[in-house]
Each structure stands twice: as C-alpha cells, then as structure tokens.
Write a protein that binds this ligand. Structure first.
Ligand code: RP5
Length: 159
C-alpha cells in the first residue's frame, strides 16, 4: 500500500504553520494531499472528504484548526482512519482554545492531538511516518536516519 496522507486546514491562514508538516511528509516520499476545508465554513465538503478518505487510500488524516477547532473532531466522526489534530496558535492564550477543542474529545471518537503551532505541525508528520514505518522497512530506515541526523546536528553545536 502506498504511503498517502491528507493534511487539511481550517483556513488558508493556517498554511504557513502547516507547510512544515507537508515539507516533512514530502521529504520522506509520502504522497500528500494539502487542502483547506473548514468544519464550520465548508462543513459538507469537509464531511464528504472524510467519508471518502479511506476508499481514496489515505492512511491517516492530519487536521489543523485554530480558535474553536472542530475540524479534527468532525473528520474523526466521519472516518475510521486515524485522525491527528494540530491546534493552531493565535487564539486565546497562544492557542489554548484550539488545543482544548482538539484534545478534549468525548470518549468513542478519538483524535490524537499534537502540540500547538509549528512544533505540533512537524510532529504530526513524524507521528504518521512512525505509524507507517511499522509496516514499511524502507520508511523505517529513513526515519532512523532522520533521527540520527537530528541528534548529530544537536551534538555538533557543542563543538
Ligand atoms: C479556524 O479559524 C482556522 O483553522 C484558523 O486557524 C482560524 C481563523 O481563520 P481565518 O479567519 O484566518 O480564516 O477555523
């Protein structure tokens, strides 16, 4: 099965933050769809995308949203694929509103929430890569190399 991930954003204003997520997925050779679809402003299209996602061959859906961030929860309600939420900053207390909206799902419909902002965006990509690497030895080797290179970059700062 090809590695294929959807990255949805509630608004085009989330793009600068979520570009980091997409860049990592592309670096790892993951087929990536990057789209703006809002739980509030385009609810029908967001639900339709979620309902079709499994048949389209996606392995997970990453959903970025800010403020009253409902996109990840709504998508999760319409697919059995794993859904990873990325709360955007810019709202109350630097994104605490979006974090709580994303992470506090009622039992039964899970969303795996990343941290707020660009660090969460990067980690969403690495999280789905780690999931897919369980079944893809080449991806696992690449991920291992990525970790080693990252450690080397940090350690080189001490020289
Ligand atoms: C959310 O509202 C979006 O995900 C975005 O983070 C926030 C603000 O959207 P814009 O008013 O910038 O379009 O739904």
């Amino acid at each position: 099965m090809a590695n294929k991930i959807a990255v949805l954003m509630g608004s085009d204003s989330d793009r600068p933050t979520m570009q980091a997520c997409v860049d990592i997925l592309k670096e790892f050779g993951v087929e990536t769809t990057f789209k703006v679809l809002s739980a509030h402003r385009t609810p029908k299209e967001a639900c339709a995308f979620a309902e079709a996602a499994e048949a389209e061959g996606y392995q997970a859906v990453i959903c970025a949203a800010g403020l009253a961030a409902h996109l990840a929860g709504v998508v999760a309600a319409h697919t059995m694929l794993p859904v990873i939420g990325c709360p955007m900053d810019g709202g109350i207390a630097g994104g605490l509103d979006a974090l709580l909206s994303t992470v506090q799902m009622p039992g039964g419909i899970p969303v795996a929430s990343m941290g707020v902002g660009k660090h969460g965006a990067k980690n969403a990509a690495l999280f789905v890569i780690a999931m897919m690497a369980n079944h893809d030895p080449a991806l696992r080797a690449k991920y291992k190399e990525h970790r080693a290179a990252q450690a080397e970059t940090i350690l080189s700062k001490n020289k």
